[in-house]
Design a protein around this ligand. Structure first.
Ligand code: FES
Length: 390
């Protein structure tokens, strides 16, 4: 892979909660930091015993006004008593990366961004550290004329990050942004210091009691069960699917299969960014039952309804795509194949495959365009019949 990565120095490392730490980053080359849209993420190249791995972290600062980048990372230690390894990247950042360290970063990416053309009121729903891209979005909203309601659900005040910045939005926006923090299991200190606005979960009654009736655009980010539960709630409230945007990070196929198999809730989603990988206890397990709907909704709207055949020639398997803009990786998985992948977002090249015949287009541009005749199947979809050497 050509080197699209750039060196950044950590000039501040800030503890935000018991589990979340922010890293403030400036380019080593002395040039300006990158322009980014609110909601986008950075890709970090992280050293590991098995070679570099790539991890994405949402920008959590004010992407229009800060002269540096900030990511806020939850340390993902393996659950006690499990054989699972600790999160490679988050533990490296928390334990090894100190102020002054230099790390390698690729430019901002991601389509989960604030629609700055719209004038509709905004509803932001965050679970756990899924707060981070929504905070970046809210910081920009605070300077607009739009009204916004920002709900943040988390376990308690000890793990809640960036609460002061969330509350400050109410003032900075001159009352146009209303924040509301919900602690599932508040501590005595949370109650004594009023660190949350309500206790329990974000549910229909809470939203109905606080939200004026309006035509909202919704931005949703959190652990997968949280997103599924919120999606169901938004449906009940009559909010159209086309008004709901959420950070999904390419886990659609995995979720779909897990739901189909009625698999138990995972401790964390294996390939999802850390932003959506925690706090599984916030929501009820049967929320998985509707994950098929949220998966379907994740596909871009308005795709052609023609049937497209994809032949995986080495495996002798073919599959038809009927209308939904699935990626070639998703189609392969649907056909029962297990091609290698890692990032599922065009960053790592793990899924690179030979295109024997046909044309593809990219749902999301790869970080680095693959050589002629090769395709990154995680972010490419077929444009007509396609033959792949898989
Ligand atoms: S899985 Fe990383 S580029 Fe496709």
């Amino acid at each position: 892979m050509a080197n699209v990565f750039r060196k950044f120095r950590v000039f501040a490392k800030v503890t935000e909660s018991e589990v979340v730490t922010s890293f403030h980053l400036k380019p080593v080359d002395g040039g300006p930091h990158w322009q980014a849209q609110p909601g986008q993420y950075l890709t970090l190249r992280v050293p590991s015993a098995d070679g570099p791995v790539f991890r994405t972290y949402s920008l959590s600062g004010d992407v229009q006004q800060d002269d540096f980048h900030r990511i806020s990372v939850k340390r993902e230690a393996a659950p006690e008593g499990s054989n699972a390894p600790d999160g490679v990247a988050s533990c490296w950042l928390h334990d090894q990366v100190q102020e002054g360290c230099v790390i390698e970063i690729a430019p901002p990416r991601g389509a989960f961004v604030l629609d700055q053309e719209s004038e509709r009121p905004v509803l932001l729903l965050a679970g756990g550290v899924g707060l981070t891209p929504l905070l970046a979005i809210a910081k920009v909203l605070a300077r607009s004329n739009r009204r916004a309601w920002f709900f943040h659900a988390c376990e308690n005040g000890d793990v809640q990050a960036l609460g002061n910045e969330l509350k400050a939005l109410d003032t900075v926006s001159e009352g146009r942004i209303h924040s509301h923090v919900v602690h599932r299991m508040p501590t005595e200190r949370d109650r004594a210091e009023m660190r949350c606005d309500s206790e329990g979960l974000i549910d229909k009654a809470l939203l109905q009691s606080l939200l004026p009736l309006d035509d909202y655009e919704v931005y949703l980010c959190g652990p997968i069960p949280f997103m599924v539960a919120m999606f169901r709630l938004l449906h009940e409230l009559g909010i159209e699917e086309s008004r709901i945007a959420y950070e999904f990070f390419g886990e659609a196929t995995a979720l779909d299969r897990m739901a189909a198999k009625s698999a138990p809730l995972p401790q964390r989603a294996s390939h999802a960014p850390k932003a959506i990988a925690t706090l599984v206890n916030l929501t009820d397990p049967d929320a998985w039952a509707i994950s098929g709907s949220i998966v379907a909704m994740a596909q871009p709207q308005g795709q052609a309804s023609d049937v497209t055949d994809v032949l995986f020639s080495r495996s002798g398997v073919s599959v038809s795509q009927t209308g939904q803009a699935q990626t070639l990786l998703e189609l392969a998985e649907e056909a029962g194949l297990e091609p290698e992948f890692s990032c599922r977002s065009g960053i790592c090249n793990t899924c690179r495959s030979t295109l024997i015949e046909g044309r593809v287009s990219y749902v999301e541009d790869p970080l680095e365009t693959p050589p002629e005749g090769q395709v990154l199947i995680c972010c490419a979809r077929p444009e007509g019949p396609v033959v792949l050497d898989i």
